[in-house]
Structures are given as C-alpha cells and as structure tokens.
Design a protein around this ligand. Structure first.
Ligand SMILES: Nc1nc2c(ncn2[C@@H]2O[C@H](COP(=O)(O)OP(=O)(O)OP(=O)(O)O)[C@@H](O)[C@H]2O)c(=O)[nH]1
Ligand SMILES: [Zn+2]
Length: 288
C-alpha cells in the first residue's frame, strides 16, 4: 500500500503522486456504495498493480473541498483583484475573503494592474484596511513574479477573482508551459472564454496550484448567518466589547463592532460588506 495525493483526474483514472512517481489508479467499486468519489487534491491510500498502476482503497478525511474547481484540501485561496479595469471593489474582495474563511482556506490578496492606479493613495487606502489581517501583494505587468514567488511553497493554491482581473496572466507568468488563453488571445481569435477543462495540480515554486483561472462568482450556500461573523477575523477584538455575547453586530445595542466603525477603528467598508452578506444569507430561499 502506498499513500499519495491525486494531482489529476481524467477518463476514470486518478493520477496519484507518491514517493516521487505518478501512478495511474482507479477507484473500483469501493466508493460506489458510499457515493464518495475521489477529488483532485485528495490524499489516498492505494494498492499498486502492474508497476505504475493501482487502485484506491481509502480517501483521507478532507480539510475542505470546492465544487468549482473540483479540488480538495486547498490550503490557500489567491484572491486576485485589479486596481483598475475592472475597478477595485471592496465589497467583492470582502466576499471572496469571507468565502475563503468559511471554507478554511487561507486568503492571500493579490492586487493587479498597479500600473493603471491613479497614484499611491489607492494602495495606501487598501493597505490600511487589509494588511493587518491578510497578506496583500501588488503586481503590475513588469513585476508580477518576484515578490509572489515565496507564497506557493508547501501549499495547495487555487486562484479566484472576477473576470478580466489578470488571473490567466498571473498563472502564465509562473507556468509558461500552461499557456492559458488571456483576453487578447481570445479576442484576436474571436473566441469566447476558456472552455471547461479538467483540473490538474501543477508544480509551482515549491507548491502546487490548480491549473485553472479559478472561479469568479461565489455563493454562501451552506453558511449559517450566525457563523458569518467568524469569517471577519478583524471583528474579533472589537466584539469582545459587545454587551451581548451572541451579538450579531446588526441591530443590537452596545455593539463593540459598530462602535469600532464609528470610532474609525474598523473600516466601514468591512462592516458594510458583512451586513450585506448577512442579509443575503438571511433572505436566502430555503430549498427542499
Ligand atoms: N495594465 C495591465 N494589464 C494587465 C495586467 N495583468 C493583466 N492585464 C490585462 O488584463 C486583461 C485580462 O487579463 P486575463 O489574464 O485574461 O484576466 P482573467 O482574470 O484570466 O480573465 P477571465 O479569463 O475572464 O477570468 C488582459 O488584457 C491582460 O493583458 C497588469 O498588471 N497591468
Ligand atoms: Zn456586536
């Protein structure tokens, strides 16, 4: 028996990296009963047959998993946002950050297209809101790679960000062999956006990354509104001052979080994002 990580799933085979080799494995009937199917990123135990082939006998419990892209055990979510074109949006960034927190992925913020920024003010305003909470990196056409190189080490990463922010450009910088289609290419060829392809974990600067430009929209299905506050770690220190232990920081009096916003100890954009997502979850239609 060997143990390794699934790095690719294709045509019924799961390609498992173990002890420096890649084995083509199958899942057999075992998982039909449990309705569980292996995902890229899973740590699996497998029985070797015919040299480099084998079959999976067990899947380790997952730390997390996403449906799109279908990847398990993600360590970090690289949230890509452009400063301009499309315009930087605090709310959208906060959505992605809360989503990462809800799925137990460490968020890393990457702000692209700094060459299009008005002046230094943009970056300073952003840093003042986020750099105390999350790692924030700035990139432009010329300097994408250098300061990002160390973020991948020993981690499984997935990229996320709205359309056109430069996700493919970023991936191509680190993985030139991948040659993902960026906007210029698809426009020049008069083609639409990327067609769906199988996801694969690629080696990148000492870690692994899903070779898709990731996802651009998110929903908070599965998250209870009472748990949303735990997805805003910068609220913690202020919520200790809330009068009510179960304070949701919405309508309650003597709320430490609301006071922190009033005293400019907490960014109003963060609080507003929280309230908007809170109401979105509250108004979610229950489906049976
Ligand atoms: N000025 C400037 N343009 C950039 C930068 N990074 C990417 N772009 C351009 O922004 C456009 C969109 O980049 P893509 O890499 O295709 O963006 P994407 O996030 O993969 O977009 P989708 O495939 O729609 O999700 C392209 O025209 C890129 O050349 C940058 O740092 N500065
Ligand atoms: Zn409160």
């Amino acid at each position: 028996m060997l143990k390794g990580r699934i790095i690719k799933a294709l045509s019924g085979f799961y390609y498992v990296e173990a002890e420096g080799s890649i084995y083509a494995t199958r899942a057999r009937g075992l998982f039909r009963k449990t309705k569980e199917s292996p995902l890229v990123g899973d740590i699996v135990t497998f029985q070797v047959e015919n040299d480099m082939e084998g079959y999976i006998t067990a899947i380790d419990p997952r730390k997390n998993s996403l449906a799109r892209p279908p990847v398990a055990n993600i360590d970090q979510l690289l949230i890509t946002m452009s400063m301009k074109s499309p315009e930087f949006n605090y709310y959208l960034l906060d959505r992605f950050l809360a989503y990462a927190e809800a799925h137990d992925m460490e968020p890393v913020v990457i702000i692209t297209k700094m060459d299009l920024a008005d002046d230094d003010f943009d970056a300073e305003a952003l840093k003042s809101v986020y750099s105390g909470i999350y790692p924030v990196h700035f990139t432009d056409r010329g300097s994408i790679a250098r300061d990002l190189e160390m973020i991948f080490e020993d981690k499984i990463s997935v990229l996320a960000g709205q359309s056109g922010v430069g996700k493919s450009t970023l991936l191509n910088t680190f993985l030139p062999a991948l040659d993902l289609e960026t906007a210029e290419i698809s426009n020049a060829l008069n083609r639409g956006k990327h067609t769906t392809r199988h996801v694969e974990l690629m080696d990148i600067a000492g870690g692994k990354i899903a070779d898709t430009p990731g996802f651009s929209t998110i929903e908070f299905t599965g998250l209870d509104k009472y748990n949303l506050k735990f997805c805003f770690p910068d609220f913690n220190v202020h919520s200790e001052k809330c009068k009510f232990r179960e304070c949701q920081h919405i309508k309650e009096p003597k709320c430490g979080v609301k006071e922190a916003v009033a005293n400019e100890m907490l960014a109003k954009t963060r609080y507003d994002s929280y309230v908007t997502i809170y109401h979105e979850i509250e108004n979610r239609k229950v489906r049976y």
